[in-house]
Design a protein around this ligand. Sequence first.
Ligand code: CFN
Ligand code: HCA
Length: 528
Amino acid sequence: MDANAVVLERYNAKVFKNRKEHMLRVDPAAEQQIIANTRAIPGIMTNRGCCYAGCKGVVLGPIKDMVLITHGPVGCGFYSWGTRRNKAKAEGDDPNFIQYCFTTDLQEPDIVFGGTKKLKKAIDEVMELMHPKTIMIAATCPVGLIGDDIQAVAAEAEKEYGIRCVAYSCEGYKGVSQSAGHHIANNGLMKKVIGTGSYEPATKYTVNILGEYNIGGDGWEQERVLRKIGYEVVSIFTGDGSVERIASSHKANLNLVQCHRSINYIAEMMKTKYGVDWLKVNFIGLEGTIESLRHMAAYFGDPALIQRTEEVIAEELAEIQDQMAAYKARLNGKTAALFVGGSRSHHYQGLLKELGVSTVLAGYEFGHRDDYEGREILPNIKEDADSKNIEHLEVSKDEQKYHAFLTQEQYDKLAATIPLEKYDGMIRDMAAGSYVVDDLNMYEADKFVEVLKPDIFFSGIKDKYALQKAGTLSRQLHCYDYSGPYAGFKGAVQFGHDVCMGYFTPAWHMVTPPWKTRATLQGSVGEK
Ligand code: CFN
Ligand code: HCA
């Protein structure tokens, strides 16, 4: 039985036609395509967020040493205040404004007469109370509709106070999801911040981590391992990030791209403008982490760094092996569905596999086609992969070989085939017969659960409780349900622990949702 067909059955012809393009069943023998990054159907409960959320909440929000003013009604600032769990610690005497929420609280008279006066006043107040060196302004829907010139206000503030002030026209309605906001934020950082810093890296092996937002401390766990090996992390975009470090990021030798979806623009632009290579990494899961560390060492090519990388991998694995095995013994054979905004739906499949959990359904809220299908910047790389010339891909797929040290010779081979500036999409990493669904909505989530019966559904705050009330464990892959970190070696163990704890809570087998015993309204989704 094809689960997509069952889900689509309830839709009217128009909705059916639209939604069927956003679904597929994985067939490794075929070149599969999916429609993504298009407008959600009005009236259908999408899980997506808005452009402002992508710009203010996702990319700019985690930067700690600046004040970020939401120019808009109070709800936009309030509901994006702290919910994403991007953690940050103050450094030395530098400020950390992360726990504050700054907003102009636009009211009806401001909508009628214009809100720029209020914005100027907010900047004056912030300068008086907080003395930041940088202020950023994020626009919400009404700001664009009434035409407030926030760029002019920012320019004026720069002159008056001698600070950096950057305004982002990231009105919520722009684009079709958070994704447009990522792009706008990336452009602003590139134009106004990157390349202006005075920080000088102290060592040879310098990297930036792009697309790592330190949710639940993920970035800290990555930094810990990288430092242990001997790397200097010049900046993190943007988890626990600072304007000063981001401004100096062009001085790093290599950009590591963790979340390709939200930040590939900066990686591309820094390559063009400053010649900084980028490497797609994935620090979620042991295989991903080890493969990423080996790619990095091969990129720099120094035998001492290579040796140290292998030592650290062995040390870290030895520490966690038993715990991972214990969680795997409990979870082996379980199935999961994953539906998150972007790259996590892909990244977490590897970690789940290491715990014995297979993915039966995965999708992105706002991924683009390249997140599903992959991108080939260097065309020969795909040919290489197809003809199995890339030995390290073979190595990394074999669990046994994590434990074997790679020789210098193997590293040299790896260096010759490092997939620079390339991202493999999610589909080709998924098993035959599993399902991929873009911009999944609540009705579809319910229906897929009914048909596929996954043991665990990884998702977000909007659907978690509906799924749990229906008897399926749901863990949030956005905020990690207030736990974490889940990245790197120690993070993998924490993840195994949390999933076990959730799954073996006896509640799931006791729940009978009310709609199973009482009559509910019947109808067709999408009918006029
Ligand atoms: S931290 Fe990232 S990893 S940045 Fe992105 S695409 Fe969101 S906020 Mo929620 S958890 Fe999610 Fe990704 Fe990249 Fe987070 S899967 S939806 S915009 N995301
Ligand atoms: C966003 C932020 C979000 C929402 C989380 C959720 C996050 O998209 O605006 O829906 O559970 O990670 O905080 O993705």
